[in-house]
Design a protein around this ligand. Structure first.
Ligand code: GRF
Length: 205
């Protein structure tokens, strides 16, 4: 078996997606390990989860830099230090620079079925639109907002009595399972991205 795929995970909040990855990585046959966790703010549960798991963390806060470009460059440098095979943006609330994305294959999870409802309020926007089915999408990050090539999607039915919180919670449960499944398959079988088409396995990696 080859070396486990090295993951750097970026978080901004509660980090339940991160926790799902940490739990999966505890099993050697999963094929990946989280080598570092980065955040754009201090004092979040996502960082605490990493610390409890004994994983190195770093924080790059935009307000600590004179320019956004300075922040972008610093984030790229610190991530590079951990030599990731894959970066997973799991609830990371910042856009990443093209330099960063050219350097690292980066996946992001979004709590809606792309290309529907991009941006910060996927569950709210889906609810307001009155859709009967929404879900979560794992995609390769590109320069747009939630526009990149799609790796995996999972549907979630909207219930009559859902509010934004209850819908988002159900989406997150499905989202975590999707993330763990796709990242594990990528780690074990590789990934090939050709234009908008993403294939896991065969000639990937
Ligand atoms: C997820 O639903 C993610 O798609 C969205 O924010 C949530 C993050 O949850 N961008 P957590 O921090 O992993 O618990």
């Amino acid at each position: 078996m080859h070396q486990p795929t090295r993951l750097v995970v970026l978080v901004s909040g509660s980090g339940t997606n991160l926790q799902a990855l940490l739990d999966a990585c505890a099993e050697p046959s999963y094929g990946a390990r989280v080598v570092a966790v980065g955040a754009d703010r201090e004092d979040i549960e996502g960082l605490a989860r990493a610390e409890r798991a004994g994983i190195p963390t770093f924080v790059r806060q935009v307000s600590d830099f004179e320019t956004r470009e300075g922040w972008d460059a610093s984030l790229t440098t610190v991530v590079e230090r951990f030599e990731p095979d894959l970066v997973v943006s799991a609830g990371f609330m910042k856009l990443l620079s093209t330099e960063f994305l050219d350097r690292f294959l980066t996946l992001n999870t979004h709590p809606a079925l792309c290309p529907a409802f991009p941006g910060m309020h996927g569950p709210r926007d889906a609810l307001e639109h009155g859709v009967k089915v929404t879900g979560a999408t794992l995609f390769v990050v590109d320069a747009g907002v939630d526009t990149g090539p799609i790796v995996a999607q999972v549907p979630v039915e909207v219930a009559e009595d859902d509010d934004v919180a209850s819908l988002h919670e159900r989406i997150k449960t499905a989202e975590r399972a999707m993330l763990v499944d796709a990242v594990g398959r990528i780690a074990r079988e590789g990934i090939a991205v050709e234009g908008r088409r993403v294939r896991i396995g065969a000639e990937g990696r």
